[in-house]
Ligand binder design. Structure first.
Ligand SMILES: *[C@@H]1O[C@H](CO)[C@@H](O)[C@H](O)[C@H]1NC(C)=O
Ligand SMILES: *[C@@H]1O[C@H](CO)[C@@H](O)[C@H](O)[C@H]1NC(C)=O
Ligand SMILES: *[C@@H]1O[C@H](CO)[C@@H](O)[C@H](O)[C@H]1NC(C)=O
Ligand SMILES: *[C@@H]1O[C@H](CO)[C@@H](O)[C@H](O)[C@H]1NC(C)=O
Ligand SMILES: *[C@@H]1O[C@H](CO)[C@@H](O)[C@H](O)[C@H]1NC(C)=O
Ligand SMILES: *[C@@H]1O[C@H](CO)[C@@H](O)[C@H](O)[C@H]1NC(C)=O
Length: 351
C-alpha cells in the first residue's frame, strides 16, 4: 500500500499493488501551476541556508512549540502556515498549546537548493504519555521562515488506518543512515520521481529496492485483511500503475540529494469504510481504487445484514497527502504515505 493509512487498507483488499499505487504513481505530466509557483518561489536566494542552518531552524520550531512561544521564531514579515490542512497564525495553533515534548526529529530531509525541509517525529501532549506524530514542511528565504505546513496525527482515524508513534523513531532512524557507498540519484532524477508519483502517465520506470521500507504514519504497514485473514508481515513497497493521481500535485517540495529524500503532496478524494473482522475499524480508500472500494461495499452489506455490530456509514473524505520517498542505488528505498483526512470535496490551502 503506498496509500496512506487509508490507502494501505485498500491495498489490503486489492492486493498490495493497487493500494500502493494509490499514493505513488507515475506522473510525468507538465507540472501544475501550483508546482511551478512553488518552484519559482523556492529557488530564490536560499543558498544562504546550509544543512546546518536548516537543521537549526527545524530545532527552533520544535523548541518553540514545546515552549508554547512562537515569538522566538525567525518568521518572515509575511508567512504562510497551516495546521492539519487549515491556515492559522502560529500562536493560534493547537500544537503551540498542547505539545510538551518534541525532538529531535527522527526524519529530517533537507533541500538547500530551494531552502526547504521536511521533518517527522513522535511527540507528547499535555500530561498524557500517549504519543502523537508531528510532521511538517518548512520553507526558508533569507534565513527567515516563509512557509510552515504542519500536521499532527493523533490516532488512526486522522488519516485512515496505519499508525505507530512508538515505532516511528526506529523505523525512520534506519533511513537517516543510508549505506555510505550508495549511488546517489541526481536532482533531475529525484524531480522526475516526484512528478511520477501522482501522474496520470509517466515514462519514469521505478525499481523497488529489496529492503524498501513501507510505512504510514510511523507504522510498517501490515494488511490484516478485511475479514482478518490477511498477513501480519509488513508489506513491501510497490509502484502500481493504478494509483491515486492528482494533476495539481505539488512536486519537488523537498529534494534532499544527500539522503535521497523526495517530498510530494497530492490531494486524494476517497471514502472511509468500516473495516476489519469485528467491523469496528475503518479505512480510507481513494476513489481511484475502485476494486478495493467494491470489496468494502460488499463487506459493509454483509456486516449490515448480520446486524451484530455498529458500523460506520461509508462516508466521503479527502486525503491531504505529504508523501516521502527515498531513492538511491537507482531504486526506491522507502515510501512513507502520510495523510490527513478532511471532508469530501476539500482542496489544499497551499494550492
Ligand atoms: C530559479 O529558477 C528559474 C527557472 O528554472 C531560473 O530561471 C532562475 O535563474 C532561478 N533562480 C535562481 C536564483 O536560481
Ligand atoms: C556497498 O557495501 C556493501 C557492504 O559492504 C556491499 O554489499 C554493496 O554491494 C556495496 N554497494 C555498492 C553499490 O557498492
Ligand atoms: C520522458 O518524457 C519526458 C517528457 O514527456 C521527455 O522529456 C523524456 O525524454 C522522456 N524520457 C524517456 C526516457 O523517454
Ligand atoms: C479472506 O476471507 C474472504 C471472505 O471469506 C475471502 O473472500 C478472501 O479471499 C480471503 N482472503 C485471503 C487472503 O485468504
Ligand atoms: C475491535 O473489536 C475487537 C473484538 O472485540 C477488539 O479486540 C478490538 O480491541 C477492537 N478494536 C478497536 C480499535 O476498537
Ligand atoms: C463531493 O463529495 C461527494 C461525497 O464524497 C462525492 O459524491 C462527489 O462526487 C464530490 N463532488 C465532486 C465535484 O468531486
Amino acid at each position: 500500500m503506498r496509500l496512506p493509512g487509508p490507502f494501505s487498507m485498500l491495498r489490503l483488499s486489492l492486493g498490495l499493488a493497487v493500494a500502493v499505487s494509490v499514493m505513488g504513481g507515475a506522473s510525468q505530466q507538465a507540472p501544475s501551476a501550483a508546482a511551478l509557483v512553488g518552484r519559482s518561489a523556492s529557488n530564490t536566494s536560499n543558498s544562504d541556508c546550509s544543512r546546518e542552518c536548516m537543521t537549526t531552524i527545524v530545532t527552533q520550531i520544535l523548541d518553540s512549540i514545546v515552549a508554547h512561544d512562537p515569538r522566538t521564531l525567525p518568521m518572515a514579515t509575511v508567512y504562510r502556515a497551516t495546521e492539519n490542512s487549515h491556515p492559522a497564525a502560529l500562536g493560534m495553533m493547537t500544537l503551540w498549546r498542547t505539545v510538551t515534548k518534541a525532538g529531535p526529529p527522527s526524519l529530517l530531509a533537507i533541500d538547500t537548493t530551494i531552502g526547504t525541509a521536511h521533518f517527522a517525529l513522535d511527540i507528547s501532549e499535555g500530561n498524557d504519555a500517549t504519543e502523537s506524530v508531528l510532521r511538517g514542511r518548512v520553507k526558508v528565504v533569507d534565513q527567515q521562515i516563509t512557509e510552515l505546513e504542519l500536521f499532527i496525527n493523533r490516532y488512526r482515524g486522522d488519516h485512515g488506518f496505519s499508525f505507530s508513534a512508538a515505532e516511528l523513531p526506529t523505523n525512520y532512524k534506519a533511513l537517516m543512515s543510508p549505506p555510505a557507498n550508495r549511488t546517489k540519484a541526481s536532482r533531475a532524477t529525484l524531480e522526475a520521481l516526484s512528478e511520477a508519483l501522482f501522474a496520470t502517465s509517466s515514462n519514469f520506470s521505478v525499481s523497488i529496492g529489496d529492503d524498501c521500507q513501507f510505512t504510514e504514519i510511523g507504522w510498517k504497514v501490515v494488511d490484516p485483511g478485511t475479514y482478518g485473514n490477511g498477513s501480519t508481515d509488513p508489506l513491501g513497497c510497490s509502484w502500481p500503475s493504478g494509483h491515486p493521481t492528482d494533476t495539481n500535485a505539488r512536486v519537488g517540495l523537498v529534494i534532499d540529494e544527500e539522503l535521497g529524500f523526495v517530498v510530494t503532496s497530492g490531494i486524494v478524494p476517497g471514502k472511509v469504510y468500516p473495516y476489519g473482522p469485528y467491523g469496528n475499524l475503518s479505512a480510507f480508500i481513494p476513489n481511484t481504487l475502485s476494486a478495493p472500494q467494491e470489496v468494502q461495499e460488499a463487506y459493509f452489506e454483509e456486516m449490515k445484514a448480520l446486524g451484530t455490530v455498529p458500523l460506520l456509514s461509508p462516508t466521503g473524505a479527502t486525503g491531504d497527502t505529504l508523501e516521502v520517498l527515498q531513492y538511491y542505488n537507482d531504486e526506491l528505498q522507502a515510501m512513507q504515505i502520510n495523510v490527513y483526512l478532511s471532508g469530501p470535496n476539500m482542496t489544499s490551502p497551499w494550492l
